[in-house]
Design a protein around this ligand. Sequence first.
Ligand code: ADP
Ligand code: ADP
Length: 219
Amino acid sequence: MPEYIVLLGPPGAGKGTQAKVISETLGLMHISSGDIFRENLKAQTELGKLAQTYMNKGELVPDDVTIAMIKDRLSKPDCEKGALLDGFPRTPAQAVALDETLVSLGGKVQCVPLIAVEPEVLIERLSGRWSCRAQGHVYHSKYNPPKQAGICDIDGSELYQREDDQPATVERRIKVYVEQTAPLIEYYQKKQLLVEVDGTQPIEVVTEQMMSAIKKAIK
Ligand code: ADP
Ligand code: ADP
């Protein structure tokens, strides 16, 4: 049976950072809705152009297009063993659509680690974030600097600062998280899938605690 894990947490909590390591350890595809939107933006597809107007403002891309995009992605052969979802679902409608999609793929959500970090820390995290152009690896100028400034340790591509990581947009994204995504905490709590991890601990400690929760859930 394919295995599906959903990472929850506000913007800047560390979802992408953890997803890269954990997906590799578990041999699951890392599916980041934000990365897929950014790839489409780079390629100037219709989806990318549509998403851009929302992303720049820190708003969510409408559910119908987002759901269709993820549904399509999860049905690709490279997701046969399952996936680690990062940034999706972000609304109750997306969560319900995900459950339905996974039924049709013969699986279900098995564990939902919530990376908890308070808003004050998030602004500092995102204003120091550097992202890799090629594969979305993430660094922080202070907390997780690359070996060579401006270059990804893993694939050598250029590092850049995301336009939506400016403080004003970050504040809007945090508000959007509280209003539209935080209700998912209760949704997954009711299904007994939620495991909260303190995301202010060092990266490796967060990874360890998430791994141990996931292993318990999928064994
Ligand atoms: P973060 O680093 O905040 O987790 P992401 O890279 O996941 O950011 O998302 C960047 C932007 O892409 C969001 O602010 C939003 O505009 C859009 N986006 C990503 N995932 C979703 C989603 N599941 N639903 C709607 N919009 C999304
Ligand atoms: P998200 O995907 O949830 O938006 P990221 O994984 O991109 O978050 O992390 C946001 C920023 O915080 C990045 O610059 C990353 O290097 C840094 N970061 C991630 N986890 C930690 C941590 N545990 N302690 C300090 N900084 C962290």
